[in-house]
Write a protein that binds this ligand. Structure first.
Ligand code: SF4
Length: 90
């Protein structure tokens, strides 16, 4: 597993380590659960925010490298079946 260069990292209480990307729009979102919602309309709202995010490319690169299997990262949904196909779908 690789990490993007120059990132600070935070570790959540469950042990998941996430990058801190300066400028990330989700960092200040009033409803951070959008990125993990099961509701398609809420996930679509997260994707719309991601598409305006200045660090969308780095975020997606990190998610691919880290092998995340849930949530919205870099404007794309990740699931166990999605991972591994992300690079081919770009
Ligand atoms: S692309 Fe989306 S998930 Fe990634 S940092 Fe930006 S807003 Fe957050």
């Amino acid at each position: 597993m690789t990490q993007p260069q120059g990132n600070l990292l935070i570790t959540l209480p469950d042990g998941v380590t996430l990058p801190v990307l300066p400028g990330a729009l989700c960092a200040d979102a009033p409803d951070p659960d959008l990125w993990y919602s099961a509701q398609p309309s809420r996930r679509a709202a997260a994707i719309r925010i991601c598409r305006a995010c200045p660090v969308i490319a780095r975020c997606g690169q990190w998610a691919d490298a880290a092998g995340v299997t849930s949530g919205i990262w870099g404007g794309r949904p990740y699931t166990p079946s999605w991972h591994g196909h992300a690079a081919a779908d770009r």
